[in-house]
Design a protein around this ligand. Structure first.
Ligand code: HEC
Length: 374
């Protein structure tokens, strides 16, 4: 971990002047008075709380400053001022008090946006500017649509991360825990693990650095708290600054994506691990819904599957779904009903019945499942 490296004062002052005059040249047509005044009264710099050694987010290396600092630079330029990183080693989310709240810096990039105002009036958030989350670094040929696809694999996670919690109860997955996300990707490069399940931007950046992206791909995940939109945090009192940032960020959406590509942030459509096949299904164990489901079944399905599902033909006996498919039965049921099995003589019901009606039928069928195969 490098010690903090504040910019020499003279240089930052110079940058400030440079920026101010560059921006002003662009708006020179507006007002000669502003042009004359501004260089002598430079706007206060935008001071960004930053970890000096946290790529791809922030870094004290002037040749590779990280997405957040480069973005801050673009914002500052639009505001006619300079971006001034204020470095704090290991500045985590818990470190807002001694940094942002103590007034030693003005903005903190990458706070999770929950959609609600944070409790208390001390911290406020801008609108989110980018979604970030956990992702897999996995072999290119690996198909990943649900957690079970990791069964039988050796998967690296970071200690105390959301993926660790998520995988720890799954015995079919061989989980290896690392102190950092970087260490997990490094182990992947040494082929000690098959997949790394880590914070996406770190996974993408590290994998690119190690030259792994020819052989491996990044797959973003969502659900189970694995993903959140990131916003900029600032002091509650800085209301005007917040409005200004929100306005500037609207214009910088394209630039954010370009920076995302540059730093290998995963920008793919995430795989939602809470999608219907893994989420608890609607109306499960609800007797009222099961009773309605019985009626729906006897109207829409019984002429082929027998009244109350008591079909003598084992192929059509829907009391045997649990025996036949076990945990997969929800998926098999929903797919078969919505898409039908046209080649076998079952029409799709998706256009006739809405999802609620279909899951009510399922609640009924659950109540009549055969317990043993006799
Ligand atoms: C026109 C006749 C017909 C209707 C109407 C019909 N099904 Fe089917 N269904 C079939 C046939 C035939 C099969 C067996 C296909 C096979 O052998 O794979 C089947 C299979 C299924 C399966 C898969 C069973 C398994 O064990 O693989 C489910 C689930 C199912 N039907 C649900 C329903 C539901 C729910 C309805 C009412 C919304 C319905 N079906 C209406 C003819 C029908």
């Amino acid at each position: 971990m490098n010690p903090p490296l504040p910019l020499p004062l003279a240089r930052s002052a110079w940058i400030r002047q440079e920026m101010a005059s560059r921006v002003l040249t662009a708006v020179a047509a507006c007002s000669v008075v502003v042009l004359a005044l501004a260089p002598t009264v430079p706007a206060a710099p935008l001071r960004v709380c930053a970890d000096p050694d946290n790529l791809p987010f922030t870094s004290s290396n002037p040749n590779e400053r990280g997405l957040y600092l480069e973005l801050a630079e673009l914002i500052a330029a639009r505001m006619g001022t300079a971006m001034e990183p204020v470095y704090f080693p290991d500045v985590g989310l818990r470190a807002l008090r001694p940094t942002l709240l103590a007034g030693r810096c003005d903005v903190f990039f990458g706070l999770p946006f929950t959609g609600e105002e944070p409790p208390g009036r001390s911290i406020r958030l801008t609108r989110p500017f980018l979604e970030v989350g956990y992702a897999l670094v996995a072999p290119k040929a690996f198909m990943f649509r649900k957690l079970e696809d990791l069964n039988g694999r050796t998967v690296g996670v970071q200690h105390a991360s959301t993926p660790q919690t998520l995988l720890s109860s799954r015995d079919a997955i061989r989980m290896v825990t690392f102190r950092t996300a970087d260490a997990a990707v490094d182990a992947l490069a040494r082929r000690e693990i098959e997949v790394a399940f880590v914070w996406g931007p770190i996974g993408g950046y590290r994998a690119a650095r190690l030259g792994l992206l020819g052989e491996y791909k990044i797959v973003s995940t969502a659900g189970f708290g694995l993903r959140a939109p990131a916003a900029i945090g600032l002091r509650g009192a800085d209301q005007a600054l917040r409005e200004r940032l929100d306005r500037e960020m609207l214009e910088l959406r394209g630039a954010v994506l370009k920076l995302g590509e540059k730093y290998h942030f995963p920008l793919d459509e995430p795989v939602d691990l809470e999608a219907p096949s893994t989420k608890p299904i609607p109306f499960d164990g609800d007797p009222t819904a099961a009773a309605e489901g019985r009626t729906l079944f006897n109207v829409h399905c019984s002429h082929c599957h027998s009244p109350n599902a008591a079909s003598p033909d084992p192929q059509r006996d829907l009391r045997r779904l649990r025996l036949r498919y076990g945990e997969r039965r929800n998926e098999v049921f929903y797919t078969t009903v919505t898409q039908g099995r046209p080649t076998k003589g079952m029409p799709p019901a998706g256009g006739v019945l809405d999802p609620d009606a279909i899951w009510k039928i399922k609640a009924f069928l659950e109540s009549v499942q055969t317990k043993a195969d006799y």
